[in-house]
Ligand binder design. Structure first.
Ligand code: ATR
Length: 281
């Protein structure tokens, strides 16, 4: 698909960007749908971020994904924010409108929920309390999405409890902040356990959590996808729980941007998954 015969351009802006899987992901879809488009990594240190955005507009970009460490700066830099991005104070998807203005949204929570819906048929967020470990930027998007989708209550656990309290105050709703030392006990009766911390990532310590109190019917998911089978997911399977790995969140969060920039509704397939996984080798 082209605009007046011109190649449609998009990309991901971050610092650094060498390890971003997004060019591989969008490149797969561009090829799959025969679209005349490009999607490139745009490295920009924090001090250059606002100027880099202006430059992208001048170069005729249709939009960009925004990744670490620019998501909050992006929320301040765009002209319009949708309600979700406004609430989170963070943007991961920017669309350049016809008049050159920028609109920002945050699709991380959408990607998280879509991953669970497609990876765990029959399971519902309404089944019971959700336990979320971590209180960083990813946790904010996930907590908001879980509450929006009807989680009856949410138990939030973070090593630094004040950060969990701040998140609960900012997002609002039925969030109980639980102390780090009570993290195992709070699994009792839960329908979902989510790790949003960096624990379990290659090179990091695993999440130290006794899954004994977790009901067997609970779903366990991790936003870490390197490795794909984190120590938490392995332990959950041994405990008899269903698991969903974190790669799907990355794949699904990319869908709204691709659709808006390139004009085709992309799907998450086994082929896409395999292609993106090659980037982790
Ligand atoms: P992101 O925005 O990507 O979620 P972040 O803001 O750096 O990243 O958040 C990382 C999360 O991992 C936080 O919840 C952090 O806990 P603290 O708020 O106490 O720092 C958590 N985390 C990182 N290393 C940890 C560790 N060794 N033990 C417990 N939690 C850890």
């Amino acid at each position: 698909m082209t605009t007046g015969g011109k190649t449609i351009r998009a990309g991901v802006i971050g610092w650094p960007t060498e390890h971003s899987l997004s060019p591989r992901l969008h490149g797969y879809w561009l090829n799959e749908y025969g679209i005349d488009g490009t999607y490139v990594a745009i490295p920009a240190p924090p001090e250059d971020f606002p100027a880099a955005l202006v430059s992208l507009v001048e170069q005729g970009f249709a939009g960009v994904n925004v990744t670490v460490p620019h998501k909050q700066a992006a929320a301040l830099a765009v002209d319009d924010l949708d309600d979700n991005a406004k609430r989170l104070g963070a943007v991961n998807t920017i669309v350049v409108k016809a008049d050159g203005s920028l609109s920002g949204s945050n699709t991380d929570g959408f990607g998280f929920m879509e991953n669970l819906k497609s990876g765990a048929s029959g399971w519902s967020v309404k089944d019971g309390p959700a336990v979320v470990i971590g209180a960083g930027g990813a946790a904010r998007a996930i907590v908001a999405a879980l509450l929006d989708e009807g989680a009856p209550t949410l138990r939030l656990v973070n090593r630094t409890q004040e950060r969990a309290q701040a998140l609960a105050a900012d997002i609002g709703g039925a969030i109980d902040v639980v102390s780090w030392q009570d993290r195992a006990a709070t699994l009792d009766g839960a329908a979902l356990l989510v790790n949003t911390t960096t624990l379990g990532m290659t090179g990091n310590a695993p999440l130290d959590l006794d899954l004994g109190p977790l009901p067997k019917g609970a779903l366990v998911t991790d936003i870490v996808y390197a490795p794909l089978e984190t120590p938490l997911l392995v332990a959950a399977q041994l405990n008899g729980n269903r698991t969903v790995d974190g790669l799907g969140m990355l794949l699904h969060q990319a869908r709204p941007g691709f659709r808006q920039w390139f004009g085709a509704e992309p799907t998450v397939t086994d082929g896409l998954r395999a292609a993106v996984l090659k980037g982790l080798e």
